[in-house]
Design a protein around this ligand. Sequence first.
Ligand SMILES: N[C@@H](CCC(=O)N[C@@H](CS)C(=O)NCC(=O)O)C(=O)O
Length: 203
Amino acid sequence: MTDEVVFYHNPRSRAQMAHWMLEEVGAPYRIVPIDFGKGEHKAPSFLALNPMGKLPTIVHRGTVVTETAAIIAYLADAYPQAGLAPALDDPSRGTYYRWLFFGAGCIEPALLDEILKRPAPEQKTALGWGSYDDVLNALKTALGKGPYLLGDRFSAADVYVGSELRWGMMFGAPGLKGETLFEDYVARLNDRPALQRIEATAG
Ligand SMILES: N[C@@H](CCC(=O)N[C@@H](CS)C(=O)NCC(=O)O)C(=O)O
């Protein structure tokens, strides 16, 4: 079985986050471009892989993986030589999981609240992400020691959380640009050669 990762991709999407990770781990991969305008992500052949009709989606060693955070975590484990995930018995694995899941479960919906200007619901305690301000405050605590979420160690959690922050900054979510802690963190990530490589090809 080939070790090549088949990567369904469109540069104007969250697929860029997975693309960065593919470059970080040095995985052999083949890009299958998906044209949103032509509706290729809603074609039956693509829906058979990802019933959500969304990117990113990868196929590796015969298994489909969807959801950006899952793809990033999967690649960290599939290519352990890159050293982007703490070992299973390393206590920092807990911190690593914590921020990866926080990225998908809290940062992502909180950012969308702001970017899409979604009205706040009355029953806030049922929201898993609390509020946008709570999420930013938690992130400030997480990054306070730095330089990365696991301290000195860069990990796949930074690829995902950092991608979310970069994305939030791009769409003008409040409280990110001009906040030194976030600006410095994103600047450190922007220095990663793997990220620079994929940015250079994004067009
Ligand atoms: N929960 C998914 C969201 C993926 C997602 O919404 N991708 C967007 C692009 S950024 C997409 O494919 N949209 C196409 C559509 O829904 O029609 C993840 O984290 O990967």
